[in-house]
Design a binder for this molecule. Structure first.
Ligand code: 4NP
Length: 150
C-alpha cells in the first residue's frame, strides 16, 4: 500500500487489509510505504489513527518509511492511492515485471477507471472517513481475489 507520506492513506489501507486477512486466516504479508521520505519514522497522522480506532483497528504503532526499489522484490502486488503515486512508483521500476505489479487501489472496485483515493491531509476528520469507506470496499475486492488465488 503506497501513498505520498505514508501517514494518512496507506497506513489505513495497511491496517484495514491486515485486519481482513487475519480474520480470514490468509497467509499474506501486508505493508505500506510512502513515495516521499518527509515523514519517515513517524507514526500515522492522529486523524488516521482515530479513524481506524473508530472501526476497531489499531494502526498507532505503524511507522512511515519510503518506498524503495527492493520492494518490487518483496511484494507481488503494489497498490497505490493516486496517479502521482503511480508515476513515482513506476519511475522506480526496473522492468516490465516490476511495472506489472503496480495498480491504483481503486481499480479493485472500479476496474480500469483509474480513480484516486483523495488526499485527506489538508482537510478535516471527514475526509478520513471518506478514505476509510473507499479503502474498505477496495480491500474487500482484494481479499476476494486473494481467496481465489491462494
Ligand atoms: P498521505 O497524506 O500521502 O496519505 O500520507 C499526506 C501526508 C503528508 C503530506 C501530504 C499528504 N505532506 O504534504 O506532508
Amino acid at each position: 500500500m503506497v501513498c505520498l507520506g505514508n501517514i494518512c492513506r496507506s497506513p489505513l489501507a495497511e491496517g484495514i487489509l491486515k485486519d481482513k486477512v487475519t480474520k480470514k486466516g490468509l497467509n499474506v504479508m501486508v505493508d505500506s510505504a510512502g513515495t516521499s521520505n518527509v515523514h519517515q519514522g513517524e507514526n500515522p497522522d492522529s486523524r488516521s489513527i482515530q479513524n481506524a480506532k473508530s472501526h476497531g483497528i489499531d494502526i498507532s504503532n505503524l511507522k512511515a518509511r519510503q518506498f524503495k526499489t527492493a520492494d518490487f522484490d518483496h511484494f507481488d502486488k503494489i497498490f497505490v492511492m493516486d496517479a502521482s503515486n503511480f508515476n513515482d512508483v513506476i519511475s522506480l521500476a526496473r522492468d516490465e515485471k516490476d511495472k506489472a505489479k503496480v495498480n491504483l487501489i481503486l481499480n479493485s472496485t472500479f476496474p480500469k477507471e483509474n480513480r484516486s483515493v483523495p488526499d485527506p491531509y489538508f482537510g478535516g476528520q471527514d475526509g478520513f472517513e471518506t478514505v476509510f469507506q473507499l479503502l474498505d470496499k477496495a480491500t474487500d475486492a482484494i481479499v476476494n481475489s486473494l481467496d481465489r488465488t491462494n
